[in-house]
Design a protein around this ligand. Sequence first.
Ligand code: 13P
Ligand code: SF4
Length: 327
Amino acid sequence: MPVLDYEPMVFAPRAGAAAPLSTIQEEVLELKRVRRAVILAHNYQVDEIQRVADYVGDSLGLSYHAQAAQADVILFCGVHFMAETAKIVNPGRTVLLPDLNAGCSLSDSCPAERLAAHKAAHPEAYVVAYINCSAGVKALSDVICTSGNAVKIVNRVPADREILFVPDQNLGQWVAQQTGRAMKLWPGSCYAHVQFTVRALEKVRAKFPGAPVVAHPECVQAVRDLADEVCSTELMVKFARENPAQEIIVLTESGMLHRLRREVPGKTFIAGPTDSCACNDCRFMKMNTIEKVRDALKNLVPVIEVPEPIRSAALIPIQRMLDWSKT
Ligand code: 13P
Ligand code: SF4
């Protein structure tokens, strides 16, 4: 049985200026200049990587930045489906991912062949796919969404269509509750976010009474129900800025707390614990290291490629999302 015998992980405001960049971080910046590269990093990356990135954000912001990128090389510091999305929306650039093994349990829960079989049996389904899926799944979908725009996207789906939401049942359940729209849910989940429990949350709340809780919609409903706000990682920054509280409990992957500490100075962030650990790392996100970032820029590998018929088919629902999201 898990023990809950750890102290919460607290990200207090930094005293004084941030530490100077390390030799390897400086090396990355120089290689970035030489390679005419842009570094896009997800909020879950380690602080060392976030600090050398040109843009740090959520899946939605990263998709817009990837599409707009003019650089020769996009070095994508995130997981495979994110780098693949960058290649789909901006095929003329060389897209690099520091570690090709940086996958996603949620994406893996919905293989394209299984979705194709489901669609063959239910040809009437309108498929809304969370961006955490492979290019093959995107190519079979009607529209893509992220946690930042899922409610808006589902609200745009024609009312007479039956929705199949893939692959995250927790996000899908939350969106169904927010929109009042009935949806069939694919039985996938994020292995990291489902580790947040009511018991662990209550324990950390007892130590920080009065601290509001912000949770990612990939958390299970019992946990989401206890949160003051449920939102994407980007909207967590907005919540932290606007909420008057000085201490905030954050239920998502621990890399998020680096961004919050940098961009919302003066506040204290408490990492959401699980039953067995004071913080929650996504093992895939954490496969990228500053050394691998340096080596990727030096050697221009590993390169992300998406076969053309799949790329152009996957672009249609991604572009629909980007367009719907703006209006
Ligand atoms: P966001 O788009 O909210 O950053 O979520 C991405 C993700 O992988 C969550 O686990
Ligand atoms: Fe995938 Fe979960 Fe990691 Fe996000 S945190 S990349 S959903 S495994």
